[in-house]
Ligand binder design. Structure first.
Ligand code: GLP
Length: 245
C-alpha cells in the first residue's frame, strides 16, 4: 500500500487528478471505477480543466460508478447519476453509453443487481477504482457488517450514513433509505484502488481502516488485502496515523 500525504484538500485533489490522468493517458480505453461524495469533486473539476485544455481525452474510456440511491432517477438532482453528469460526464468527451451506474429506478432489486454485475463484467474489469471513505468505514455503500464476498447488492443505509448524506437533501426525511452498491468482492477485483480521504473527521476511521484489524465491521479495512492500493489523504485525515507512518 502506498500512502501519499497531502497538505490539504486542494493538494489531495491535484494528486488524485494526476493519478487518474496518468491512467487515462497510459490506457485510453481503460475502465475507471468512480465515486460520488464531496471528496472527489475537486479532482473531477481538475479533470474537466485538463480536458478543456486538450491534455486529456476520455473518448475511449468506460466508467462504472460505485452506487446509486434506490428510487431516484438520473433527472433527480440528488441522484448519483445527476451528480456525475454535473461534475464530470457532462463536461468531458466520455461516450454517454459507456458511463454506468446502477439503475436506481429499477424496482426489482435482484434484476438491478444482476444487470449491474453483467455491465461490470462486460467491461472486462475495472482498471482503477476510486473510493471515498464513509465515517463508519463504508466504501461505496457497503456498510459495516457487509460480507467481503458481495457483488452488487441492495443495502439499507445506516442512520449514520443517512445523517452524513442529509447535507445534499432539503431534509433528512428526503434521504433515500436504500441504495444499490457495487460489492466488496467486485471492488477488490479492480486492478488498482485509489482511496481518497480528507478532513479531521475521518482521521480515526482512516487509521483503523489502514492499520487496524481486517474486519467486515469496518469495510474499508479489506483494502489491506489488495495488492495495489494507493491512498491519497490530507494531513488532517492522516493526523491519527502519527506512529504508523
Ligand atoms: C457516500 C458514498 C460513498 C462516499 C461516502 C463519503 O455514502 N456512497 O461512495 O465515499 O459517501 O462521502 P464524502 O466524500 O462526501 O465524505
Amino acid at each position: 500500500m502506498r500512502i501519499y500525504r497531502t497538505k490539504d484538500y486542494d493538494e489531495m485533489s491535484r494528486k488524485l487528478a494526476n493519478i487518474l490522468s496518468a491512467q487515462l493517458i497510459q490506457k485510453p480505453d481503460c475502465v475507471l471505477g468512480l465515486a460520488t461524495g464531496s471528496t472527489p469533486v475537486g479532482a473531477y473539476r481538475l479533470l474537466v480543466e485538463r480536458y478543456e485544455s486538450k491534455d486529456l481525452d476520455f473518448s475511449a474510456a468506460t466508467t462504472v460508478n460505485l452506487d446509486e440511491y434506490r428510487g431516484l432517477s438520473p433527472e433527480n438532482e440528488q441522484s448519483y447519476a445527476y451528480f456525475m453528469n454535473d461534475k464530470l460526464f457532462g463536461h468531458v468527451n466520455l461516450k454517454k453509453e459507456r458511463t454506468h451506474l446502477p439503475d436506481g429506478t429499477e424496482k426489482d432489486a435482484r434484476k438491478a443487481c444482476e444487470d449491474y454485475d453483467r455491465i461490470i463484467r462486460d467491461t472486462g474489469g475495472i482498471d482503477l477504482q476510486l473510493l471515498g471513505l464513509g465515517h463508519d468505514g463504508h466504501i461505496g455503500f457497503n456498510e459495516p457488517g457487509t460480507y467481503f464476498e458481495t457483488k452488487t447488492h441492495l443495502v439499507d443505509l445506516t442512520e449514520e450514513t443517512i445523517r452524513a448524506n442529509k447535507r445534499f437533501f432539503a431534509s433528512e426525511e428526503e434521504v433515500p433509505r436504500q441504495a444499490y452498491t457495487m460489492g466488496i468482492q467486485t471492488i477488490l477485483s479492480s486492478g488498482r484502488i485509489l482511496l481518497a480521504v480528507s478532513g479531521k473527521d475521518k482521521a480515526a476511521v482512516l487509521k483503523e481502516a489502514l492499520f487496524g484489524p481486517v474486519t467486515p465491521q469496518l469495510p474499508a479495512s479489506v483494502l489491506q488485502l489488495h495488492p495495489n492500493v494507493t491512498v491519497v489523504a490530507d494531513e488532517a485525515a492522516l493526523s491519527e496515523c502519527t506512529g504508523e507512518l
